[in-house]
Design a binder for this molecule. Structure first.
Ligand SMILES: [Zn+2]
Length: 141
């Protein structure tokens, strides 16, 4: 078996990054902080990766929208969602579900979701886009 990251013949571990699965060697699985916490040995399904909406989602969205110089109604129209929903989300009264959060992520090009546990070091701002392994995988899939 070949490691999907470095291509070396080694014993492989299944890891899960951003809903993608890879089989990599031990060295690669421990390579970066991004993937380190997401190593699953054995047959843990990728569904076990719990993603949650960031606590400051409302601030992130509001800032992003203002940066883009868009009104709530414009965003709602473009995204095909209700303006009242957007209003509630931005004011922090309504936490978007994962689907909606992903929609927002794509629209504003921000990170609204994080992994439930040790995803803290996966810190990404929309300003400085460091290309992480997770990003590379996203491009691929
Ligand atoms: Zn490797």
């Amino acid at each position: 078996m070949q490691c999907e990251m470095c291509g070396k013949e080694r014993e492989l571990f299944k890891i899960s990054i951003e809903n993608s699965e890879m089989e990599v060697c031990k060295i690669c699985s421990e390579h970066g902080e991004v993937i380190k916490e997401k190593v699953f040995r054995g047959s843990v399904s990728k569904d076990k990766v719990v993603r949650v909406v960031k606590g400051d989602y409302s601030k992130i969205l509001k800032n992003s929208r203002e940066k883009m110089n868009l009104k709530q109604e414009e965003v709602a129209r473009k995204m095909n969602i209700k303006e009242s929903v957007l209003h509630k989300v931005e004011s922090g009264m309504h936490e978007p579900d994962i689907d909606l959060a992903e929609k927002f992520e794509r629209f504003f090009n921000v990170e609204l979701l994080e992994e439930y546990n040790e995803a803290k070091e996966f810190n990404s701002s929309s300003e400085s886009k460091n290309l992480t392994i997770g990003d590379l995988l996203k491009e691929k899939s």
